[in-house]
Design a protein around this ligand. Sequence first.
Ligand code: BGC
Length: 743
Amino acid sequence: MADAILTDEINSMDIDARVESILSQMTLEEKAGQLNSVDASSPDPSGRLADDIRAGRVGAVLNQVELPEICKLQYLALEESRLGVPLLFSRDVIHGFNTVFPLPLGQAASWNPGLVREAARIAAAEAAATGVRWTFAPMVDISRDPRWGRIAESLGEDPHLASVLGAAMVEGFQGEELSAPGSIAACVKHFAGYGASEGGRDYAATSIPDNEMRNVYLPPFKAALKAGAATFMTSFGDIDGVPATGNDYLINGVLRGEMGFDGLMISDWDSIGQLIVHGFCENPEEAARIAAQAGVDMDMMSSAFVDHLPALVRQGLVSEALLDEMARRVLTLKFALGVIDDPYADIHRGGAPAPADALSLAHKAAVESLVLLKNEGGVLPLDFSEIDNLAVIGPLADQPVEQMGTWVFDGRAERSITPLSAVRSALGDQAQLHFAPGLTHSRDNSQTGFADAAAAARASDAVILCLGEEAILSGEAHCRADITLPGAQLDLAKTIRAAGKPVIAVILAGRPLALTHIEPYFDALIYAWHPGNMGGPAIADVISGAANPSGKLPVSFPKSVGQIPIHYNRKNSGRPAEPDKVIAIEDVPVGAPQTSLGMSSFHLDDGYEPFYPFGFGLSYSKFAYGHIQISAQSIAPGEPLELAIDITNSGDRDGVEIVQLYIRDRAASLTRPVRELKAFQRVELPAGESRTVRFVLTDADLAFSRRDKSFGAEPGGFDVWIGGDSQADAHAAFELCARSAAG
Ligand code: BGC
């Protein structure tokens, strides 16, 4: 039976005092036990983990979401361990829990922080209702490599967009108060630079110079911290020879020292044990010591902390003060979440939202995540009332599981509405729908279904062709070297095209795919990512015109794998490419002299532009931009610069435009990108109306991390562009003046 750790006297104290009171009663083993996070996904977890929980060797449990089992595990900790400290239950709640929202990368295409916050809020409430109080999200790793399967889980390539949306996710998960019903702790991951793994191969080493780490990879972590993120997770990566989980410079130095993070840092799954595999530590004792001293507080799944920290403290190799600090962070989090005061609380008070409410938000999120990439001849929207026969073809047209995407352990496929069934309902009885998958799954190479698919196309007025990747082809450890559509999908597209009907392609995928060879076979192209449970209705809405698309790409689409990494915020280099300097390989004369090829930075076979640029996305409205009006030619530090631009919706449909503002710092002590997103606004604009959209910049928006690690803006000339994508051409320029001697 547990000793009473919380007497009435202790209960009346503040959290810090209560934490100290518990700590003072703990043995070294019990302190180390708090740092141990174990998996409860295999059968009979309460039987398997009972002895360790009773012995106080477990602080947190991941991957258990069954209410009776959670109660059994919690009972063991509360009633049968010496001190009765409750367990903390965690889960990867990445883009929904029971209700599945679009992949994070799809949510990022909405450029809508309010929506992203709300989706996280619903996911948190659903998870909390089962007793899960800690999610391992958001993942804010900047991702510039679509081969990397985890790009699906990311918020894209841009530090500013990922900062805004990552912060929104933190706010959504955590709510106003961590202890409030329906709130769960966020865990910002993977600290840091995981997305830069070599060759887009998961877990591979990364090579990130400090300038790039600070100016590209760290800003979203900083923003998530500012939003109040309670916990962080290390990365599996090896950064310049020092694995992230043993990286004292990054965790203690940058995150805790410079950024001021005082919360809990958890390792990634067995990443403390993997310090040995990396060749960074000799044995588990050393791995435990190095990770603890680098700033990791909790050990996910290696057991190195619980097994070795007590002895390391006794031997004087790790200080007891450090062990106390680590355990203190775990206990403080448990108090902040209300887990210590009311360990079963959220099981009965979580109040998961009604599935209908959750699904209606999932529907909205899916609509806003869709990006219209092509609409030749205005083939879309399709007026369903004028259609007599419509074909729905493709291996992803009717796959309730696949459309949910990766990381959906708790997702309810029975809540999914597929494109096929949504189009069928939208079409009603007045038209005939011809369905033929063509291929059984995205990797299918057999063409036996092609004849039926071609017949369906021929019998119809138009074709909706649902192609893409199954969910299993992206996500953790699911990387691809070839990012074209797998299987015989290109051949299927050619076959369907040959039927001569308008082809509306919908691509459901976990990453940007290389579409160069297949796109010419489509009249219209909607990029749907993996859109979650309500992907079908969202797709039907956009195709029929019930919704006007507004999504914009959160990541550049390469023409080919050979272009990777390709991102809009590249450096200019000393010999930047320009349109008239690019020579195509077929135009290079045989025997041409070496110096004849333009001498600038491009590929002979793919130029230097992506297939689709960052920020791009079409609408059924037409947005025309005027000139930028700028309030001053120069500003002093601290002074606001006001920018305004008139935007007209010259189309005949009400629409939403994501207005984007980019800058360039022309010359600085470190070279700066050719463009950097600094602000954006969602502007709702009725047909035929104009609006003046205003932005304000100050020198704080122009700041970057410099060679001496100081953060600030440098005087000099800046360019600014405002428009509907990263190639926006409305331009202005201004000067940032030096700070006066008086300051
Ligand atoms: C992933 C983390 C995840 C953890 C727990 C690891 O393999 O890298 O992102 O949170 O597993 O499931």
